[in-house]
Ligand binder design. Sequence first.
Ligand SMILES: [Zn+2]
Length: 564
Amino acid sequence: MDLDRLVEEISNKLDIVSVVGRYVKLKKAGRNFLGLCPFHAERTPSFTVSPDKQMFYCFGCRTGGNIVTFVSKIEGLEFREALDKLATEAGIDVPEFKKGPDRSPDYELMSATQEFFRENLKHSPLPQDYLQRRGLDQDIISRFQIGFAPTDGKLLPKYLQSKSFDVERAKVLGVLSREELHSYMRARVTFPIVDNRGRFIAFGGRVLDNSEPKYLNSPATPIFEKGKNLFALNVARSHIAKLGRAIVVEGYMDAISMHKVGFPETVASLGTAFTVDQAFMLRKLGADVFLFFDGDSAGEKAAFSAIRICFQAGLVFKIVRQSVGKDPDDLARIGPDAVNAALAEAKDPVDFAIAYLESQEDDPTSPNVSKRIVKQATEILESISDPMLKMKYQYHVLERVGLTRQELPIINTENNKNKKLNILASRLLYENRIIRALLSDEQARNLLLPCLFADYFIDDSCKKAFCLILENKVTFGKIAWSYVLENNEELSSIFSRFAIMDEEQDIQGLIIDVKRDVAAKKQRMIRKEKADSVSLDDLAELARLQKVRHKVQEEQNDKKERQG
Ligand SMILES: [Zn+2]
């Protein structure tokens, strides 16, 4: 049995509505069911379940998928584990889909190591003094499960051996150093990194004095991928969902200090640059994000680089900067009021980006520099996949830099702005209808797939969906779930959205519109790109496209007459 068939059979036996109903209170709304999204904080329901399609989609946090995706997300299981669980419940025996390699001995080893560090801290006055000096009390130490890796690196391997753990495996897991039987962390306060299922997957360590490196993280291992976890998210997750807000800092101590003074929605990026994966993790929680990086110029640069990442992940976010150049830890030690004041003054990302770019220039007011800054700022906006948002920000950049209509071809009057946004909105709706039709209607596929092309779509998710339909022959009848849902969260979200959308009412009308518009767009592209050197072939193509447009026009006239 292939994976798609298996998912279909599970859906038939268990039904997505009743499985989701175990976790979410659902109300019937037309053909679908509505409820409050379990994956982000919301007051009005935007979480939709379709019994026809056996799919769910949240219009708030854009999480979507089928019965297996839902269970894997809500139970914190891997896709295959959720599949196994549901198959068992449905009474379907599928040995070939049993979950992958059993990693539980790895997590037991990590737990034992964590236990060792915790016990050690209890008997080590030096790190205890250090933590006390940093103002960390017992409550914080136990909340973050802080430990201590002793100076004698031989103690940990001895301990693991006494518990019959495989020391070679401990090397692979980054607990022991690769070369010799020695603890990887030595003479460091340890902060365990915990995954979304509460398992220890790595450690961060900080020295007690000023020696370098100040911070050391576990190396990448089979269970720990760098840039794919956030420190303290295990403690902060429920607060983030409840408050609808997350604060991202750079260091362990920054995060812990923030928690201590009453900001339990704080997480740390774990010493790497803020990554798209991390941004997506916060996006999933439906949180507005405050990037609160170190006060020095390195922190400022890191914040600037993170803007593109946050836009890419579709985050709503602001940048917190300190005029006094302080780190979050310094500010938290002054007190919660100081932190609140800093958060209240958080900057819009575009304002921050422009201020940052200006600060890199000798003469930011000269017209040429202004234009360069607009260009650089606009490039950052390219990573925004929502075209409405992108355009709003483009206007914002122009307003911010004070360029006028004469200086740049983009129009900047309020009226035109609204008009343009309206045109864009209807364009997006139109593109969504095309994808919906391609997924659900065979005639639309046969007639439109040969003439459509990826760059026809200005909406990023429509473009991605189109490419996947073209390459993998994905349709609602036979969606390649095995590929989409297991491997790609973004596409899974996109396709769930189209599945939940209303049926297209006027397929014929849509097909005619698309054919005409595609021909017109191709003509415009040829004229624009080949303005100086139109070849005979180009002319022939232009003529052919003109014929297509005429023919489509005739079809449309016929249709009107028939409707009459
Ligand atoms: Zn949601």
